[in-house]
Write a protein of this length. Structure first.
Length: 254
């Protein structure tokens, strides 16, 4: 079976690509880590939010961690509003923590989530909490502020590169170096630089990889092209189905 190397943990992407006849090899070149402070717990402690917006599974997990931390120092927790979530994985993380999650149908990213919130309820003059990644996209925040919301923007976690010699990267790196992967799917600009470092540690340039690259969105595609990858298929939506569509457009006819 042909192989697709994914620069993240497979999650729902494995089944989406398996339907195209691809065996998935995970190569998680980055990982997320908590910022290590209590900024999100302190923000929650102020209460009185109209909504909380989480655009990733990790943001939902950090929100759950902050609620748990607050529970250790307060006998009564502030009431939480609905937590607006992107995608089923984020909603599952909220459900696991017994947090009041709302996942609007058809929403694909943080910007669309913010637009859905603005359309569903008045936010002008209301406080909206947005826990997010350091150096993460701010589209949702800009949309909410343009609608008049008082956005509390909290950096809750960061993305860091995995060590190039990590055992979890070996199989995927070997496939890319020797041209054994039909597809390499990349999910963030930070993964492009991390992937380049992994290959450089093996005396191989990212631009010299013989495979079809697929990007989760335009910013990731731009980073790949800047790294010397000319032919990049771009997902129409940052979802498993969107990535599968990008792959289908170039595989197996690449």
């Amino acid at each position: 079976m042909a192989v697709a190397v994914l620069t993240r943990e497979p999650g729902d992407y494995a089944s989406a690509l398996a339907e195209l006849g691809l065996d998935v090899v995970a190569m998680p070149v980055t990982r997320t880590e908590s910022t290590g402070d209590d900024a999100l717990a302190r923000a929650l402690d102020t209460g009185n939010y109209a909504a909380i917006v989480v655009a990733s599974q990790r943001a939902a997990q950090e929100l759950a961690r902050a609620v748990a931390a607050l529970a250790t120092v307060r006998t009564t927790l502030p009431d939480l509003p609905d937590v607006w979530a992107v995608g089923p994985a984020t909603k599952r993380a909220l459900d696991a923590a017994a947090l009041p999650g709302h996942q609007p149908a058809g929403v694909r990213d943080g910007a669309e989530l913010a637009q859905a919130l603005v359309a569903a309820q008045p936010v002008r003059g209301k406080r909206v909490l947005v826990p997010r990644a350091e150096d993460g996209r701010v589209d949702a925040i800009e949309i909410l502020r343009a609608a008049g919301a008082d956005v509390v923007d909290v950096i809750a976690y960061r993305t860091v590169a995995v060590a190039p010699d990590a055992a979890a990267l070996a199989e995927g790196a070997d496939l890319l170096v020797r041209g054994g992967a039909a597809i390499c799917a990349v999910f963030a600009p930070s993964q492009v630089s991390a992937l380049a470092a992994v290959l450089a540690a093996r005396d191989h340039a990212l631009s010299g990889v013989v495979t079809q690259f697929c990007a989760i969105g335009d910013t990731t595609a731009t980073a790949l092209r800047a790294a010397g990858i000319r032919d990049v298929a771009v997902a129409v939506a940052p979802t498993p189905a969107g990535m599968a569509q990008a792959v289908r457009s170039v595989y197996p006819t690449r």
